[in-house]
Structure formats: C-alpha cells, structure tokens
Design a protein around this ligand. Structure first.
Ligand SMILES: O=C(O)CCC(=O)C(=O)O
Ligand SMILES: [Fe+2]
Length: 374
C-alpha cells in the first residue's frame, strides 16, 4: 500500500446497544468462534390466525414460537390491514414530514407532559458514537382523554398526566396539516390494534397457555404509533436509529417505502438485513415479553441505517400492557430446572423509567428526576 493511503476501517470487535439492562456490548464473533444463529428473518403467513378453528390458530402459534425463540423477529403476511388504508396512511405521514420545520414544531413533544408530538432530526441519540439519530418522528399514544380511543369509563387514569395539564384536554398533539392526519392515523391504529389483540392470543398458544391468558393486559394498553421519516444519510457514520431493543411487549413495524434500512443483530454480533416486503408487518419481541418469558422469547437488538440515497418512511406500533399490570414470569417458562430470572415489575413504572431515560432532556423527565421519582 502506498504511504499515506487510507487503511480500510477496522472490523468492529464489539457492537454496543441500549436494552432493558442499560447499555450493553456484544462481541462480533468470527471464524471458529461463530455460533449457530439466524441469517435471515422468517416469514409467517397469518391467514389462519383469523380462522375459527383452534387447530389452525395453533399451527400459526407454532411458527411464531420458533421465530420468537430463535430470532425475536418475523415478517407477518396476511395481517388484514387493507392496502387502501395503507395508501392513505402513507400519504398523510409523508405530507406531514414534508411540511416546513416551523409548522411541525407547533406540536413539538416538549409541549406535551406526556411526551407526545413531533421529534426533530437528530434529537435522540441511541448510539453515542454518532451525532444523533437521523430521523424525525411523531409520537402518538393511546389517549385516555380522547373519546376516539375508547378508554373504559372506570379506568384509573392516575398514571397519565392530569387532563388539565394537556393542551386541548387530550394527551396527544395533532397537527393542523394535513387535515386528515388525525382521522387516518386513528383508523390505522384501530386496524393494527385488531391484529395486535389477535397476536396476543397466538402468543398465549405458543407458550402453551389458554388463548385468552393475556387478555387482562388489554384493558387500556400503553400502545402507540410512531410515524418515522429517515432522510437519505449524508454522513457515512450516521444511523437512522442507533442499536437498541424495544421497550414494548411487541412491536409491529410497517415499512412504508421500499427502502431497505432495518438491520437485526444475530447472536454472532452480525447485522442481518430486514428489507421491506410489501404487505407485511415486521413483528418483533420487546423487552416486556422477553422478561415475562424468562428470556425464552428474545427481544432482539436492531437499528436503522438508510444508505440508499432515498427517503425512507416507516410506521411502528408499540404494544405494551395497561399501566397497572404486573409483568410476571409466565407459568410455562419457569420450573425447578429453569428458575425465574426476574422479579415481577409494574408495567407502568417500567415503561416510564425507560421513556424518561430515552428522553432525559424532556421537561417531564427533568421534573421526575428533581422529585426523585426516577
Ligand atoms: O423504522 C424501523 O424500521 C424501525 C424503527 C424502530 O426500531 C423503533 O422505532 O423502535
Ligand atoms: Fe425498535
């Protein structure tokens, strides 16, 4: 090599990421050190999830079980969300992100005690070696004060910021433009949450529990949508979202554009591509489900890197149980030979701690630290 020529970047020895236990590292295994692990994301056809036959539903559960144990991720085909609704949802998300920054900033999440609203490019930083996550987002949560979200009347809302602290008397902040953003996002929420509730039954069957075992979690789940926009990456060291595991029970990601950028970390510390497959949802296990299953299902680390030169849009739906639920180890995932690894934990408290940690500069997070709540 000529003197002064640039050497290629060294292969990384470790991958660092944020997960339930904080910031962790995993060695990148090479040669003989490599273990048997997944090299691709399996696809599961969910047609039979809608069948009246329990045998059909159990057949889907078997495939989900294998994917959740070995990979923690799968593609769900035949999820039941119409292409017509998908088209309208993509349109409003794109139109919103194309607005001038001043317009989007009108609903910035610092204005919301519940940390809902618009989040700018580079505002979060999951990977400390980068200048920030090169994405913008709208955080939308299931809102107990919004009649459209159908919160049961006797539900205990004390976990949520009091209604009087929320502008417009609801927790979410909705943009004025595009005018149908709110209505369409609500329609998508209803459709995707229908899939989520069914999936909860499938997961129960996978774990050899009664199909309705997890139904108590869905009284008013801490669920939410997050339309995301990842501009093409101009800086080679950028990431769209740094490596992390999700603080959800499970996440359903619709990759709205054909732009490949989602990557999933296998046990050898290698990144496996999860390119968009039209008409599928990417389903991944979150930290709550991993904990409840005593690590039988794995909350797999992933990241987004948009190297394509094209705009990328995606829409995750995070499902997490109602705030008052205790996350306990499910009975079929522990025994004398396989002792419990985790204490029971309150879902609301665990969720809040993770949210405040991820948004440590938000006024609500600062106030909670000052009061010694976290
Ligand atoms: O945009 C994606 O494909 C995934 C986003 C993601 O991992 C997240 O929001 O937690
Ligand atoms: Fe994620």
């Amino acid at each position: 090599m000529a003197p002064g020529a640039l050497l290629p970047d060294p292969e990384p020895e470790y991958v660092t990421f944020h997960a339930a236990k904080g910031k962790l590292s995993r060695p990148v295994l090479k040669g003989d050190a490599k273990r048997q692990t997944f090299e691709e994301i399996p696809q599961v056809d969910f047609t039979k999830m809608w069948s009246d036959s329990i045998q059909d539903r159990k057949a889907v559960a078997l495939e989900v079980d294998k994917a959740f144990r070995e990979v923690g991720f799968l593609y769900a085909a035949n999820h039941g969300i119409s292409e017509e609704l998908q088209a309208r949802t993509f349109k409003v998300a794109k139109e919103f992100f194309e607005l001038p920054t001043e317009e989007k900033m009108k609903i910035h999440l610092n204005k919301s005690p519940a940390i809902k609203g618009y989040e700018r490019l580079l505002e979060t930083r999951l990977d400390d070696t980068t200048r920030g996550d090169n994405k913008e987002a709208v955080n939308i949560g299931d809102d107990p004060y919004d009649p459209e979200h159908g919160c049961p009347e006797d539900f205990d809302t004390s976990y949520y910021p009091p209604r009087f602290e929320c502008a417009a008397g609801i927790m979410n902040q909705w943009p004025e433009k595009p005018v149908d953003f709110r209505a369409v996002m609500n329609e998508y929420r209803v459709a995707v949450s229908d899939f989520a509730r069914r999936l909860l039954g499938i997961i129960a069957l996978s774990l050899e529990l009664n199909e309705d075992h997890f139904d108590y979690m869905t009284w008013f789940p801490m669920a939410g949508l997050r339309p995301l926009h990842y501009p093409p990456q101009e800086v080679s060291s950028d990431v769209g979202i740094g490596a992390h595991a999700d603080y959800s029970w499970f996440t359903l990601v619709w990759q709205m554009t054909a732009t490949p950028a989602l990557e999933v970390l296998n046990h050898n510390g290698h990144w496996v591509q999860a390119p968009p497959i039209p008409n599928t949802l990417v389903v991944n296990v979150g930290d709550f489900l991993e904990r409840a299953t005593n690590d039988v299902f794995i909350s797999t680390v992933h990241r987004v890197v948009n190297r394509t030169g094209e705009e990328r849009y995606s829409l995750p739906y995070f499902f997490t149980p109602s705030h008052d639920v205790m996350i306990e180890t499910v009975p079929t995932c522990w025994s004398a030979d396989q002792p419990k690894k985790y204490e029971d934990v309150n879902a609301g408290a665990w969720q809040r701690e993770r949210l405040y940690r991820a948004r440590y500069k938000h006024p609500a997070s600062i106030a909670a630290r000052e009061k010694g709540e976290i």
